[in-house]
Design a protein. Structure first.
Ligand code: NAP
Length: 325
């Protein structure tokens, strides 16, 4: 029996590719555009599954989806699926799956690490030691920032947001949150207005989905409301923050500092970031441990293989609920 045809839109972990090959005939989209066209010309009419992720650099947009008339399932490596046109997928009855839960604790750890690095300047302090300046110049400076006198305003209080809030509360920080709706199972105080929350706190932690709805949600107005003691941490998506506004706010001290794990145009980020001193920069490492990436990879496989076996996918996204293949 011939296996169903699956396309990987970019490099996937061996753990994914090797397992998918048991149940699918797997093709990988080449990097060069002309090679891509040649491959798509051959296989597009037969493709029923796609394995993708924000890291492949290929948007699963309406134009790409239009190439695959028989497409039934898309397995996304990552919980955020803003690089996939889910509205078009939903209209065509294509099931989109993602990797929730398996990465929640890792990303929450990273968020706290980024917050601590930003507030207490651990990166620059280590560089000071490595440069031999401790013995020459004396102790590293006392940091103007501390978690001891801060209140955390969460922008987004979903799976990862709640894991971050739990950690911040354990660190002794008062926590409040903003999202479109008040969560019945969350006891932290809720704000329905982002500016009002930004005025009430000095530290913002952004952990919403990306996409059109949250684009530039953290803008000059929010940063001004956060104020001169303000710290902004973004572990969501680069697009949620108006980067020029943030850069200006950091340079003219509208806020104190920022910590960013995500950027516009990753991985080719705006080079101006390198010359902004009061920002901590992580190269999108939120979930990037072997343990967690293996868990995510396995979930991508399980979702796609479920299609090949005629079983229900484990984690379809809310916009494309599973009603049968
Ligand atoms: P989730 O459980 O769906 O939570 C999303 C939260 O964002 C909810 O509280 C939701 O509440 C809120 N939200 C959604 N749209 C909003 C809007 N327009 N305005 C304000 N709040 C909004 O998702 P999750 O598992 O926690 O993941 C969240 C995001 O984290 C992912 O989508 C991804 O972008 C990002 N992420 C980053 C990394 C990394 O490596 N840095 C890793 C994993 C995930 P309401 O629906 O009530 O608004």
């Amino acid at each position: 029996m011939t296996k169903p045809v699956l396309l990987e839109t970019g490099p996937m972990m061996d753990l994914i590719s090797s397992q998918l090959a048991n149940d699918f005939t797997v093709h990988r989209l080449p990097a060069a555009a002309s090679d891509r066209e040649a491959l798509l010309g051959k296989i597009a009419g037969d493709v029923v599954g796609i394995a993708t992720g924000g890291h492949t650099g290929v948007k699963t947009d309406a134009a790409l989806l239009a190439r695959f008339p028989k497409l039934r399932v898309i397995g996304n490596f990552g919980v955020g699926y803003d690089s996939i046109d889910v509205a078009t997928a939903a209209k065509r009855g294509i099931i989109v799956t993602n990797t929730p839960d398996v990465l929640t604790e890792e990303v929450a750890d990273t968020a706290l690490g980024l917050l601590l690095n930003t507030v207490r300047e651990f990166g620059p302090a280590e560089q000071y030691l490595r440069a031999g300046e401790w013995a020459k110049k004396g102790d590293y400076r006392l940091t103007p920032g501390s978690l001891r006198d801060r209140t955390l305003g969460m922008v987004g209080m979903g799976r990862i947001g709640q894991a971050i809030a739990k950690r911040a509360a354990a660190f002794g920080m008062p926590v409040v949150y903003f999202s479109r709706s008040k969560k019945s199972d969350v006891a932290f105080p809720y704000y329905s207005n982002l500016i009002e929350m930004a005025k009430a706190v000095d530290t913002l932690m952004v952990i919403t989905p990306g996409g059109a709805e949250t684009k530039n949600m953290i803008n000059a107005g929010v940063l001004a409301a956060l104020g001169a003691r303000g710290i902004l941490i973004n572990v969501a998506r680069g697009t949620v923050v108006d980067e020029p506004a943030l850069m200006a706010a950091l340079r003219n001290k509208t806020i104190q500092a920022a910590g960013l794990d995500v950027f516009w145009n990753e991985p080719t980020i705006n080079p101006e970031w390198m010359s902004v001193p009061n920002v901590t920069l992580f190269p999108h490492v939120g979930s990037a441990s072997v343990y967690t990436r293996d868990g995510m990879g396995q979930l991508v496989v399980d979702n796609l293989v479920a299609f090949a076996k005629g079983e229900a996918p484990k984690t379809p996204v809310a916009e494309t609920p599973f009603k049968g293949w």
